[in-house]
Design a protein. Structure first.
Lengths: 355, 363
């Protein structure tokens, strides 16, 4: 809809997802978005070039001059010191970005596929299947994510495990927690789009359910996904760290994981050894901060109520995503009759929807 | 995820006639539906946990696998009834949960319900403290950020809120510990009370397990102070996590209400700015906040697991990790099931409050 009005005005590169938002934003919002993008960029580059950046391997215990020694203070050969297990802190922090990004990508991709498929089917066909799925997803959504991830961790790996076992255990645990979020959003969109005239027309023309679902409904229902994507990516990093911290981590010989390192540093803190906990912790905070800044900014820019404007009269056309995103992804299903149908009727900006 | 959902201040005029024609309204019916929804929620979660845990095998092999020979294991498994068809065990378990019996732990051989009661009070206390911190920090700062929207205080507070969210509770806990307990030595490192205080509370005739109340009962100000000092760091670590959520929520909603006509009208009547924000704009913004508190209970319980481990706060979360280490899955299952019940109940309570405050919710 809005894309058509843009098409003949702006060159292609300005309409690319993130570029468009950066150009659209001003002042503080642009600052937050750019800072977020820079941090996220550094994180991704660190993960890619970890083998080059890290001075030692993640499981390396000895260098040219014999073993590193445990709990060495920062400085000299070990810029950030060594851990209680005798690993180099800096190397573990750098390698940890690889683990984090792998888990993040697997978790988000899996949950998008599963959540979108379920939401689409549930919203499109309705009926008892829809009701059952909604109740199940509401139940899972209401439950503490970490506990669910713990249960999944026990099921998948029976505790701790090697590199891929550990990564998949973490990723799948996180996936289960995220599916309801995608499910809710896609389902709500599907229910709304199902009533649109063009879906009716397609049906009259004899299009099959599959074709309508994927060609007409899905393509119009995905506009809110990038936002949830960024929000979930940061949550994935936190959940992975939480799992690692309570002992579902990946063995240090298979990969570096920040949560695991923090768990091992618990006793160090009491004796005043600060470097083993500070640096992995800061890595988590920075990554989550960066991704969240991007997600927050995108969300604000998509919400006309929260977007800072240039000057009256010069506002550009609102981008694809309306304010509903947050409330759709959100928990507010207080209607009591499992219906999301009520959501589009009153939009958060107080306007009646125009469908 | 923190969800900043906002109910619009729908103009009252023009809505009310519509609502009357809405069939099946009424708060009684609404609350009944919400109440009935608790049961499928608990049922689904308990069933899910049961089936997931059982895919890993029976709990006795998991807990004692390496320690006992296969013959002894088989005897124990038979005694506990784990060699029967799983579907029978499932219905038996559902029946037990319904009557409040969560089984017996394998590692310590205590009834799970007793474990839940003993350690549940500690977790409840921690969550309560954390909520207080979150309210005191989050709500006023949210109003400040909304009032100075897009100005320096807002920018600062928004980054603060994101930092609150981005910092894992256990890392926040470790930092607080390092600064206040190890370097400054003003607060205790871990635990709920010193050994002396715990001994003194041990011999109370009717102890509640909630140290705040028990310490008051001893009548000894030293014990009371000791208990409070121990609570400061865990409450801060867990409370700040939620404070960030509250801050953002209050900010978004107050921004929404600040733009409404009645606020402008109040301003033109000469209501002072402080009162304008803290009363006129804040009150209607309270409804979405109350709704979200229900979800915060889930977040807080998840965070409590991590906070308790960080500070050796012997509550449900701390014990959960201990039971996981011992591979005692009966206990794990019991704790998870109890938390599911708590989450479902707290969501119901929040729904009631939201419905009582806001008539729009219950149509």
């Amino acid at each position: 809809m809005t894309i058509d009005t843009h098409a003949h005005k702006a060159p292609l590169w300005t309409r690319l997802p993130v570029v468009h938002q950066v150009r659209q934003s001003i002042g503080l919002q642009r600052g937050m978005l750019v800072v977020g993008l820079v941090i996220t960029g550094i994180f991704i580059l660190t993960a890619i070039f970890a083998p080059l950046l890290a001075p030692y391997g993640y499981s390396q215990l000895r260098g040219d001059n014999g073993t590193f020694g445990a709990q060495q203070a920062p400085g000299g050969e070990h810029l950030l010191g060594t851990t209680v297990g005798g690993y180099d802190v800096l190397s573990r922090v750098i390698w940890g970005s690889q683990t984090a990004i792998t888990v993040m990508v697997i978790a988000v991709v899996l949950s998008i596929f599963a959540g979108v498929a379920l939401g689409l089917v549930s919203g499109y066909f309705g009926g008892w299947l829809d009701r059952v799925l909604v109740v199940i997803c509401d139940a899972v959504y209401a439950f503490p994510a970490l506990l669910l991830a713990i249960v999944m961790g026990i099921v998948i790996s029976g505790g701790r495990s090697g590199l891929w076992g550990g990564i998949f255990a973490a990723a799948i645990s996180i996936t289960v927690v995220f599916i309801p979020q995608y499910f809710r959003v896609i389902r709500a969109e599907t229910v709304r789009i199902k009533a649109e005239a063009y879906v009716e027309s397609a049906r009259v023309l004899g299009a099959s359910n599959g074709r309508i679902m994927f060609r007409h409904v899905l393509r119009n229902a995905t506009r809110t996904l990038p936002l949830i994507f960024t929000l979930n990516a940061s949550e994935a990093v936190l959940t992975l760290a939480g799992l690692g911290f309570i002992g579902f981590g990946i063995e240090p010989s298979s990969a570096a994981e920040w949560g695991y390192d923090l768990n091992k540093s618990l006793s160090d803190v009491t004796s005043g050894i600060w470097w083993t906990s500070l640096f992995p912790g800061l890595a988590i905070v920075l990554v989550v901060l960066g991704i969240t800044l991007v997600g927050e900014s995108l969300n604000d820019l998509a919400d006309p109520r929260l977007r800072s404007r240039r000057a009256p009269g010069k506002t550009s056309v609102a981008p694809v995503t309306p304010a509903e995103v947050r409330s759709l992804a959100g928990p507010i299903d207080t209607s009591g009759n499992f219906s999301f149908q009520s959501t589009p009727r009153i939009r958060p900006d107080g306007l009646e929807s125009i469908s | 995820m923190t969800t900043v959902a906002m109910k619009p201040p729908v103009p009252a005029a023009g809505r009310s006639p519509k609502k009357k024609s809405n069939p099946g309204g009424g708060i009684g019916r609404y609350l009944l539906i919400r109440f009935l929804l608790i049961f499928p929620t608990i049922f689904i979660l308990v069933s899910m946990v049961f089936w997931l845990m059982r895919t890993t095998g029976d709990p006795i092999t998991a807990a004692l696998g390496g320690k006992l020979g296969p013959d002894q294991l088989a005897v124990l498994i038979h005694e506990a009834g784990y060699d029967r068809p799983i579907i029978i065990q499932y219905f038996e378990y559902l029946g037990q949960v319904f009557t409040g019996n969560f089984g017996t732990t394998i590692s310590t051989n205590r009834p799970v319900s007793e474990v839940l009661f003993t350690y549940g009070s500690a977790t409840a206390e921690l969550v309560f403290y954390a909520l207080i911190v979150a309210f005191i920090v989050g709500i006023p700062l949210g109003m400040v950020a909304a009032y100075w929207r897009d100005k320096a205080p807002d920018a600062f507070l928004r980054v603060f809120a994101i930092l609150c969210y981005a910092t894992p509770v256990f890392f926040a806990g470790l930092l607080l510990k390092l600064i206040f307990a190890v370097w400054l030595k003003v607060l205790p490192v871990a635990g709920r009370a010193t050994v002396g205080s715990e001994l003194e509370m041990q011999f109370l005739p009717d102890k509640t397990g909630i140290y705040f109340i028990d310490a008051l009962k001893t009548g000894n100000p030293a014990v009371f102070g000791d208990v409070l000092l121990h609570a400061v760091l865990p409450a801060l670590a867990l409370g700040l996590l939620t404070a960030g959520v509250f801050l953002r929520l209050v900010r978004t909603n107050v921004i929404g209400t600040l733009g409404t006509e009645y606020v402008t009208a109040a301003r033109s009547r000469g209501v002072n700015e402080f009162r304008l924000v803290s009363k006129h704009a804040y009150r209607p913004a309270l409804i979405p906040i109350i709704t979200v508190i229900g979800l915060q209970v889930a977040l807080l319980l998840g965070g409590a697991v991590l906070t308790e481990t960080t500070f050796e706060w012997k509550g449900l979360g701390f014990m959960l990790i201990e039971f996981i280490k011992a591979r005692d899955f009966v206990a794990v299952q019991g704790i998870v099931a109890l938390l599911a019940v708590i989450v479902a109940l707290s969501n119901f309570i929040v729904d009631i409050i939201a419905a009582l405050i806001d008539p729009r919710v219950r149509y």
